[in-house]
Design a protein around this ligand. Structure first.
Ligand code: BGC
Length: 258
């Protein structure tokens, strides 16, 4: 089965058609900068452009960087607050004229990694963390996703963890790899104390340079492995969400908006 996967991020919105059975992209992905402000109508315009650019007709899976329950976006820490409480499934269904499924971005990336990446066959507790504009989390027990965990927002030194240890925080505060890795290590210690995962998969843009920081994460018992699908995980997981089965349906399915 084929689906269009669209990954909405803080800086870019990426899309490609996905073969859901193999996790392979069927065409080169396209990327458009996330509009600023990232208001729902502006983002829906980009989603429409991307869908049109592939002349897409069929299921569309869309990731969102916040909590998504039954297609409704419940939080938007790094996007415009107008998303909170919005029926994003209906909005995107109308924009694309296709059946749409919306889910959290880290959940999508995690499902893709568990099925086609470094999480294949992992039976214990697995935590996927994505380091980007924020910190996203996806938690798996025996391969089953617990959707909408928000471990990027645990408090460290009275501050939201993602404000200290996301990739964005590294850039904003001009932190060296060593200084930033210390913050990530401290963050992972907190997370490990709460969840005792067997495996932590680290993803997001910075996982491309994993050799610069993952070896410095020395205070953690769990195995730490960089994501295998790198920047494609969100798109692949978005596509997979349209066929249900692997990802539990918390995302809500909408019609075409007609
Ligand atoms: C959001 C999460 C999201 C993560 C990565 C956080 O600020 O609350 O839902 O997964 O950023 O985009």
């Amino acid at each position: 089965m084929h689906a269009l996967g669209i990954d909405i991020g803080g800086s870019g919105i990426k899309a490609a058609p996905v073969d859901v059975a193999t996790g392979k992209l069927l065409a080169a992905r396209q990327k458009i900068a996330t509009p600023r402000p990232a208001r729902p109508d502006a983002v829906a315009d980009v989603v429409q452009q991307l869908s049109t650019s592939f002349s897409w007709s069929g299921p569309v899976g869309i990731t969102f960087p916040g909590v998504v329950v039954n297609g409704v976006t419940r939080t938007a820490a790094n996007l415009d607050p107008a998303w909170i409480g919005l029926d994003a499934g209906a909005l995107f269904g109308q924009a694309t004229g296709n059946p749409v499924r919306v889910l959290n971005d880290a959940d999508a990336a995690g499902v893709a990694e568990m099925t086609f990446g470094v999480g294949i066959g992992e039976e214990g507790t697995v935590l996927m963390l994505t380091f980007g504009t924020g910190i996203g989390s996806a938690l798996f027990a025996s391969g089953v996703l617990v959707p909408n965990t928000e471990f990027g927002h645990i408090e460290i030194h009275g501050e939201d963890a993602e404000k200290r240890a996301s990739e964005h925080a590294k850039e904003l505060h001009d932190l060296s790899w060593g200084k930033w890795a210390d913050r990530v290590d401290e963050y992972l210690k907190h997370v490990e104390a709460l969840l005792s995962p067997n495996l932590i998969i680290v993803g997001g843009g910075v996982s491309r340079q994993a050799d610069k920081w993952v070896p410095r994460l020395t205070g953690i018992r769990a195995r730490i492995v960089p994501a295998g699908l790198l920047n494609e995980a969100g798109i692949v997981g978005a596509g997979m969400a349209t066929s249900g089965g692997v990802a539990p349906d918390t995302s809500g399915s909408t019609g075409t908006g007609h």
